[in-house]
Design a protein around this ligand. Structure first.
Ligand SMILES: [Zn+2]
Ligand SMILES: [Zn+2]
Length: 139
């Protein structure tokens, strides 16, 4: 899977910015990063790409459901790859966000609310303490 093939599949025009942003996430699968973190990483390989165009590409990819945007308790949003459905684990101590497989799924009933016509996806956020943080606290 290349950044170009993903962009074409989703009907997005291939631009150097979109390729660079998507390439970053294909290399760092399962990780979530801030917009500034992505910008910094892209700067190292493609210094000619301007900050504003990276942010624009980020939003194009979110609108095309290639990337996801996850709000955090500290305010700065995190971005991750969203090519397959998955859930998240958030560590309340250090703030790390991990992908969990979609099979990790409690039974959820269809909400019996008039305004809901149909459900296309369900994302569950599991909150707790990560392994690393639990080791720090127990020592
Ligand atoms: Zn943690
Ligand atoms: Zn994710």
């Amino acid at each position: 899977m290349t950044s170009e093939s993903v962009l074409r599949e989703r009907g997005l025009r291939v631009t150097p910015q979109r390729r660079a942003v998507l390439q970053y996430f294909l290399i760092h699968q399962g990780e979530h990063q801030t917009a500034d973190g992505i910008w910094t990483a892209i700067q190292e390989v493609s210094p000619e790409i301007a900050r504003g165009t990276v942010y624009k590409a980020l939003h194009d990819l979110i609108n095309a459901h290639v990337l996801e945007q996850i709000p955090t308790l500290s305010g700065g949003d995190l971005y991750g790859l969203r090519l397959t459905p998955h859930h998240h684990f958030v560590c309340l101590s250090c703030g790390r966000v991990d992908d969990l497989p979609a099979s990790f799924h409690p039974e959820i009933a269809h909400p019996d609310i008039d305004s809901v016509a149909s459900i296309t996806t369900i994302d569950v956020v599991f909150r707790g303490v990560c392994h690393q943080c639990s080791l720090v606290h127990s020592s």
